[in-house]
Design a protein around this ligand. Structure first.
Ligand code: HEC
Ligand code: HEC
Length: 284
């Protein structure tokens, strides 16, 4: 668990959070205040997402709010650029505020950054577009897009209490490592017992949860298509509201099963890792 302490969902009430099976994880479209700074215990003291009360009442505030909507209601506000049934918040849980799953808090201080997959330096906007293309099976937003700069503004606002130069220790997904060979056949059983009642027996999603494979899911070029990444996400966050309850082997087996199912191709994959360094669990 990479030295990180377990953080419960309950403390993360920055926005109206909904966990469990019903209702579906749709945002209300409104930022709601928790009435003060958000307290998160057991994680780095710099993990300080600001209170929505501090969103400025000017144009920048409008951009921050639009960025939030793009993240939680991507299907609606980012429709043109999305090719599947997901919203950013389905993986970057709680609008990117949850520290267990590639949180947006603090990350703007890390960009621009060299990325081995692309073999070049990337801006935060470039990185957002990678998720549009790969995780959302969609299209990159044009550099001048106000919706793209809105997402950047939202992430910068979430990062404002993290000083430049910080390494953002909570970055990414708490990484699960295992010597257990992931077994999709066992994963099929884990899926039936612990996942299907929300994600559907066919994995195509329900009112309660998004699809896990098929045409409406993430592409094979997405980070989540790597078994190690999906296993880590599942361990820390699934079943939704009951993170850290499946065993490590169950997380790996379920990840292997889900990622052995059909999903959209990502033709741009031929350009990935041009200078080498491709992780072993990349499925291409
Ligand atoms: C299917 C799951 C999924 C969806 C949907 C998704 N992402 Fe991601 N995203 C990931 C994963 C996995 C990572 C890499 C995490 C890691 O490196 O540990 C990531 C990384 C990122 C990063 C870089 C984080 C960092 O630490 O530098 C940004 C920014 C980002 N995503 C934005 C978005 C936005 C905006 C959307 C919606 C348009 C989106 N993502 C949709 C899974 C997803
Ligand atoms: C209680 C309902 C529930 C159960 C059970 C559940 N999930 Fe989820 N899952 C969700 C919800 C809801 C989301 C989206 C989270 C959000 O938007 O806040 C999600 C998101 C995901 C995602 C990322 C988004 C996507 O659709 O690709 C994966 C992967 C995932 N779940 C895998 C699993 C696995 C594997 C299991 C079984 C171990 C599981 N889930 C059990 C509700 C559930």
């Amino acid at each position: 668990m990479s030295g990180r302490t377990i953080v419960t969902i309950a403390v993360l009430s920055l926005f109206t959070l909904e966990t469990g099976c019903v209702p579906p994880p749709r945002a209300t479209g409104q930022l709601e205040s928790s009435g003060g700074a958000v307290q998160v215990s057991g994680i780095d003291p710099l993990f300080l997402p600001p209170s929505p009360d501090t969103i400025p009442g000017d144009q920048r505030g409008d951009a921050i709010r639009m960025g939030y909507l793009m993240v939680v209601e991507t299907q609606e506000y980012g429709k043109r650029y999305v090719g599947n049934a997901l919203n950013c918040t389905n993986c970057h849980l709680d609008g990117g505020v949850n520290p267990n799953t590639a949180s947006f808090v603090g990350i703007s201080v890390l960009y621009p950054e060299y990325r081995a997959r692309a073999g070049r330096k990337m801006s935060l906007a470039d990185r957002i577009n990678e998720c549009f293309e790969r995780s959302m099976n969609g299209e990159a937003l044009p550099p001048e897009s106000t919706k793209l700069s809105a997402i950047v503004a939202y992430i910068e606002w979430l990062s404002q209490n993290v000083p430049p130069g910080s390494t953002v220790p909570w970055r990414g997904i708490p990484r699960l490592t295992s010597t257990h060979p992931p077994d999709p056949a066992k994963g099929k059983n884990v899926f039936a017992v612990k996942c299907a009642f929300c994600h559907g027996t066919d994995g195509q999603g329900t009112m309660a949860a998004p699809p896990l494979w098929g045409e409406r899911s993430y592409t094979i070029g997405a980070g989540m298509a790597r078994v190690g990444v999906a296993a880590s996400f599942i361990k820390a966050n699934m079943p939704r509201g009951w993170g850290w309850t499946v065993t490590d082997d169950e997380a790996f087996d379920a990840a292997a099963f889900i990622n052995s199912q059909p999903r959209p191709d990502f033709p741009g994959k031929v350009h990935d890792w041009p200078k080498g360094g491709k992780p072993a669990d990349v499925p291409y």
